[in-house]
Design a protein around this ligand. Structure first.
Ligand code: TA6
Length: 289
């Protein structure tokens, strides 16, 4: 199918009716719905649907750079490029075999990208929807060059929440983080859970493999399970900063929270011919707390 911009997108539907939509623009997941049809990802009402800019919401992919930590455009170029569908994807791994519903998208270096980032790569994104409606994203980066390179990666995930003041994040206690609001200085998390009452823009380092976002009002918990992605970005712009972002509606900061499975602090090195895999599994379950 095509989205409202006329850009091809792929719709995956689980046997029980959960759905995920992924756009060929940016390899960006644009929507993820549970079997009740509830949208689980935030998209701004002010989102700009004009490539090459990524749409504000869903799950843009940050590659090969995160933020402005390098010479490339903010968050790298992958989210701004057109990807292609791999019609002959490699077979599914046994631990994913309950997922029959998947699609592989590919991005390769363009001549233009090679001018700014002179490393030939192949980036594969596998999007799977499990029987239970969990969303699994598997990214594979292969070095198809004759020299080593290194990169950062993030699944910049905009979760939809009912009210940010009622949200709690667990799984980041006692971790060190780099605070983007304080020159990326390093601090240690002191609280026993993360709550929100002002702008937050942090990269938690070397987290455990599971993080949970409790949305009390909606009585829903998002669980983020990850492999190969040691860091976790937590971002909410709050009111003042959101006003400065053109494609972010006033007051919308209350209804979103970005929690990314990422690899930021230490770049991932790849020798020629080598491949790296990162994996994240997102689920939305009725709250137990
Ligand atoms: O840490 C998350 C972050 O890098 C923030 O600094 C904020 O700018 C956000 O991502 C969104 O970035 P974007 O380029 O999509 O506006």
């Amino acid at each position: 199918g095509k989205d409202d911009r006329g850009i091809p997108e792929v719709l995956l539907v689980s046997p029980r009716g959960a759905q995920v939509r992924v756009s060929l623009h940016g390899g960006q997941v644009r929507s993820w719905r549970n079997e009740k049809g509830e949208e689980l990802l935030f998209t701004s009402s002010k989102a700009i649907f004009k490539p090459p800019a990524a749409v504000r919401g869903g799950i843009p992919i940050c590659f090969p750079q995160f933020g402005n930590r390098g010479s490339l455009e903010q968050h790298g170029f992958a989210r701004n490029r057109m990807w292609v569908v791999d019609e002959n994807p490699p077979p599914i791994q046994s631990f994913d075999s309950s997922c029959r519903t998947f699609i592989d998208l590919l991005l390769k270096s363009s001549d233009d990208d090679l001018k700014h980032w002179p490393h030939s790569f192949e980036l594969r994104l596998r999007v799977l929807l499990t029987f239970e409606g969990h969303l699994i994203l598997i990214s594979r980066v292969r070095n198809v060059n004759c020299k080593p390179f290194s990169f950062s990666f993030s699944f910049h995930t905009y979760f939809s929440v009912s009210d940010i003041s009622e949200v709690r994040v667990e799984g980041l206690e006692t971790l060190d983080y780099l605070d983007n609001l304080r020159n990326r200085q390093r601090f240690t998390e002191q609280g026993d859970a993360l709550t929100f009452e002002s702008e937050v823009d942090r990269a938690y380092l070397c987290s455990s493999d599971a993080v949970a976002v409790f949305d009390h009002e909606k009585k829903r918990t998002y669980v983020i399970k990850k492999e190969g992605l040691p860091d976790v970005v937590v971002w909410n712009p709050w009111d003042r900063r959101a006003k400065a972002i053109p494609d972010f509606g006033d007051g919308e900061y209350r209804r979103m929270l970005c929690v990314d499975a990422a690899c930021i602090e230490k770049q991932i090195p790849l020798k020629p011919g080598e491949e790296w895999t990162g994996r994240v599994e997102l689920s939305a379950i009725p709250s137990i707390k």
